[in-house]
Design a protein around this ligand. Structure first.
Ligand code: THU
Length: 167
């Protein structure tokens, strides 16, 4: 049998103490924690906040919004990214902080779900500059990804459909 061809994708997460964060990242995480306090999550009781920093310095917040019809709910980071896209369609997003105060969450296992990664990757591709992702549970150590694609190797995109994005 012919040797299979391999496509590799190196994915890197930076881990750091909250004390070592840049002031901008620390502020954005603070905003994400504030946003988490506004979550509507009566079903899971897992509160998540997202804060998007735009290239012009504006910060847009979101939090998870659940619904009794469970699939109708939405994750916190996706609410934030969609709100940023809806309110500031022409401004790039430079970073998204995602935070949860949940007492049950494991700090190193707190990651955006696949659907949110798909949305983050598309926001990044649309704007053409990297979108940093900053994750924190409670006041524990922070994980940073320098791009959205780094969290979603071999992501699906419009090229897979053979269509060009117009916007
Ligand atoms: N959730 C988020 O908001 N973001 C994540 O990164 C993971 C999960 C929400 C969805 C749902 O409201 C609750 O957390 C439990 O899954």
């Amino acid at each position: 049998m012919a040797k299979p061809r391999v496509r590799e994708f190196l994915s890197t997460l930076n881990l750091c103490s909250p004390l070592d964060l840049d002031p901008e990242d620390r502020d954005l995480l603070f905003e994400a924690h504030e946003a988490a306090s506004k979550a509507y999550a009566p079903y899971s009781r897992f509160h998540v906040g997202g804060a998007v920093r735009l290239a012009n310095g504006v910060v847009v917040r979101g939090s998870n919004q659940e619904n009794m019809a469970y699939p109708s709910g939405m994750c916190g980071e996706r609410v934030a990214v969609f709100a940023a896209g809806a309110q500031h369609p022409d401004v790039a997003m430079t970073a998204v902080a995602i935070a949860s105060p949940s007492p049950n969450a494991l700090a190193h296992a707190f990651m955006p779900c696949g659907g949110c990664r798909q949305v983050l990757v598309e926001a990044e591709r649309r704007q053409g500059i990297p979108l940093r992702i900053i994750l924190q549970v409670r006041d524990e150590n922070v994980m940073i990804s320098e791009s959205a694609l780094n969290l979603m190797p071999f992501a699906f995109d419009a090229k897979g459909l053979g269509v060009a994005l117009e916007d």
